[in-house]
Design a protein around this ligand. Structure first.
Ligand SMILES: [Ca+2]
Ligand SMILES: [Ca+2]
Ligand SMILES: [Ca+2]
Length: 310
């Protein structure tokens, strides 16, 4: 060990100029911080089990590269997740892509990849800042990432949804295991006594034929499994609502057993993440988020929308 350290020290001292390091070269390329030269040998990056790769996620730095020896894949950490490296060819079989297909955070610089449709699309508006005294919950962000979310508020008694419809994507080059997800919160605005109940909904609807036919795979309702009405919750909640595409549509609601009206949900009772997993890699994949509420003081806010192949 001591000998190895001495050798490394020698190499570093011998070849370091302008903080560059060369191995088998005294003249590392000007574009490189580390230049490993050989005509006959390769470079081995750390080889980890899949379990070890997962463990590393919480401390990974953007740009980190490892080899997953269980999956036989080179992986790179992009700042938020592992990306499969070296399989960008697309097509069929084992070369199908993983990674992000699209995102939408409703920020001013985001490319707009959606339209609004259904009942009164003008009821969607960007939200920013925080709720104030007189709202419920108060002092809570009206977005979950960046500085803006997308809110829906309408005295909609039509019984039909309004929609955020994302553009059709050709997902055929991606793995056949796609997840659609977003963050959701519910507020009472300009009133501390309102909130959503079980006729106020947010849905995930998936089409594999470019929007001709949709399947509703997940429905979130206000209220809870008991009799509470006028429930509301901030993005700081930790509840999850998820369903698999291969399953029939399900409805999720808070597990709170509170009864009565005007209840602020927190923790796992506040469902702030919705997703549908296992979506097929259709060449005409189209996803929409349905929303409905029936009072001008009820507000759903959507943010951090992602379509990802796993
Ligand atoms: Ca945002
Ligand atoms: Ca209400
Ligand atoms: Ca309502």
């Amino acid at each position: 060990m001591k000998k190895q350290l001495s050798l490394l020290t020698f190499i570093l001292m011998y070849t370091t100029s302008f903080a560059q390091v060369g191995i088998n070269t005294s003249n590392p390329h000007t574009s490189s911080a580390l230049d490993v030269q050989s005509d006959t040998k390769g470079l081995i990056v750390p080889r980890l089990t899949s379990t070890a790769v997962t463990s590393l996620s919480s401390s990974a730095s953007e740009g980190l590269i490892v080899f997953d020896k269980d999956q036989k894949k080179f992986l790179g950490w992009d700042g938020t997740k592992w990306q499969n490296l070296g399989f960008e060819g697309g097509g069929s079989g084992s070369s199908l892509l993983t990674g992000t297909i699209f995102t939408q955070s409703f920020e001013t610089g985001d490319s707009v990849n959606y339209t609004t449709a259904g009942f009164a699309p003008s009821s969607f508006n960007f939200t920013s800042g925080s709720t104030v005294t007189g709202d419920a919950p108060s002092s809570s962000s009206l977005f979950s990432d960046g500085t803006r979310g997308f809110g829906y508020s309408n005295n909609n008694s039509s019984g039909t949804n309004s929609y955020i419809e994302f553009n059709t994507v050709d997902a055929s080059t991606y793995t056949n295991n796609i997840t659609f997800s977003f963050d959701i919160a519910a507020f009472s605005i300009g009133s501390t006594s309102n909130g959503v109940e079980n006729n106020d909904v947010v849905t995930i609807e998936v089409s594999t034929d470019g929007g001709a036919n949709y399947n509703t795979k997940l429905t979130l309702t206000g209220g809870n499994s008991s009799t509470a009405t006028n429930t509301r919750w901030a993005f700081s909640g930790s509840g999850i609502g998820t369903n698999s595409y291969s399953s029939s549509g399900i409805t999720v609601a808070s597990s709170s057993t509170a009864t009565g009206s005007a209840i602020t949900l927190t923790g796992t009772q506040a469902i702030t993440k919705l997703s549908v997993t296992g979506i097929p890699n259709s060449s005409q994949l189209k996803v929409r988020i349905g929303t409905r509420n029936n009072a001008a003081t009820e507000l759903w806010v959507v943010d951090n929308v992602k379509l990802q192949a796993l």
